[in-house]
Design a binder for this molecule. Sequence first.
Ligand code: URA
Length: 194
Amino acid sequence: PQRPPIPPPLAPIVKDIEACRLCPLAATRKNAVPGQGALQPDIMFVGEGPGADEDAQGLAFVGRAGQLLTKMIAAMGYTREQVFIGNIVKCRPPGNRVPEPNEMACCLPYLKRQIAIIRPKLIVCLGATAARGLVQETIPIGKARGSWREFEGIPVMLTFHPAYLLRDGSKKREAWADLKAVLARLGKKLPAAG
Ligand code: URA
């Protein structure tokens, strides 16, 4: 994907994220990855953190997992531009390790500011790190997936991370059930299979 325009209300947050030195991830990033997409979307997707492709481009979910996420979004009847796609941490953890609690804590205020301005109807947490970071989930994602939480009054669905679905395709069925539950909660019909 090419670089989409930044909605003006989000510009100050993007600027703060790009200048951020609060945690050690700042030292090793090529680009901060604030996330991108629409204001007041039906859905905001929250992942774990940038990988190598995202770090190189400054855009969220543009690598292999991102390509699967794009397909999942399309199957739901949306385009990437119609939703918001972001992460718990905005800078790549070296070697794609899981972000440290301190790194997540430093970065969470940015996500909170984003959510307050973006005002999605609903949030989808992709994977255990997103669930832990946004709604302090302690149940393993294999058990917690498919269930609803809440963040500041916004319904939150927990599901698998697309990178996990790439490793274990047998989990795609459950992930799709979770996304169908999201559509039902939004009062949307399933688009015709394509
Ligand atoms: N995985 C994530 O969690 N986020 C990205 O942006 C890319 C891969």
